[in-house]
Design a protein around this ligand. Structure first.
Ligand code: ZN
Ligand code: FE
Length: 256
């Protein structure tokens, strides 16, 4: 069933999302970075919050749960693997679970790496995935809890979604990610073109999110660890893609 999506910047560089099932009027916040910003959008739209869908436990994702539940009495769904760290959680979700928002359905994918319990919500009928801090436009989340092998497998689940799927990530990190991406994928013309477009959008104060699975497959170095030209740029031709991914992640962690 169709959902309406509202995207708004909040905190330093987060995106908040509110989604509304058109048939029933059920409304979910994807994560709770900033309750005041979320409430302002709800008021502007005349929407009543019925659900919270958390991706992981970090405070810029679940820190507003309590304030919003107090105000709205909404039902909170979050990752089973870190339920103890999700304030006010009502329902635990894990790989393959179906989450209903009114007449709309999301399938849950477990994407450990950034945190061990991280999940994403794929509204397949709507071609939309809310991916938290697993994949970013031209980047991926830092490995605070998981291993490179776990994150590599998690990103593969997102890469396997239909290419037109829109990826709604939780941060506007794209321009810095692009600056790094060109250092490990210097021959990629699609990436160079995308970088130009990103600079223009950011100079105009416009978001670069959402992107699509197809955009990321073509240009996100963290999805391209098996690409020969990326491997050659790293001096790792023929090396196992998980090791190549780990090297790209390590270089990004040290990149300024
Ligand atoms: Zn996080
Ligand atoms: Fe975050």
């Amino acid at each position: 069933m169709p959902i309406d999506i509202r995207q708004f910047p909040c905190l330093a560089d987060n995106y908040g999302y509110l989604i509304r099932d058109r048939e029933t009027g059920a409304v979910a916040a994807i994560d709770t970075p900033d309750p005041a910003a979320i409430n302002a959008v709800l008021e502007r739209e005349g929407w009543a919050l019925t659900h919270i869908l958390n991706t992981h436990w970090h405070p810029d994702h679940a820190g507003g749960n309590q304030a919003l539940k107090e105000r709205w009495g909404c039902r909170i769904i979050g990752p089973k693997g870190e339920a103890a760290k999700i304030p006010e959680i009502d329902e635990e979700a894990d790989e393959g679970d179906l989450i209903r928002l009114g007449a709309s359905t999301a399938v849950v994918r477990a994407t450990p790496g950034h945190t061990l319990g991280h999940i994403v919500y794929h509204f397949a009928e709507d071609g939309a995935a809310f991916v938290g801090d697993t994949i970013f436009a031209l980047g991926c989340g830092r490995l605070f809890e998981g291993t490179p092998a776990q994150m590599h497998a998690s990103l593969a689940k997102i890469a396997a979604m239909p290419p037109e799927t829109k990826l709604y990530c939780a941060h506007e990190y794209t321009e810095a990610n692009a600056r790094f991406a060109v250092t490990v994928d210097p021959g990629n013309e699609a990436l160079a073109r995308r970088y130009d477009g990103i600079k223009k959008l950011r100079a105009a104060g416009e978001p670069t999110v959402p992107s699509t699975v197809g955009d990321e497959l073509a240009t996100n170095p963290f999805l391209r660890a098996k690409d020969v030209s990326v491997q050659q740029a790293l001096g790792m031709a023929g090396v196992d893609p998980v090791a190549v991914f780990a090297e790209i992640r390590k270089r990004k962690d040290g990149f300024r």
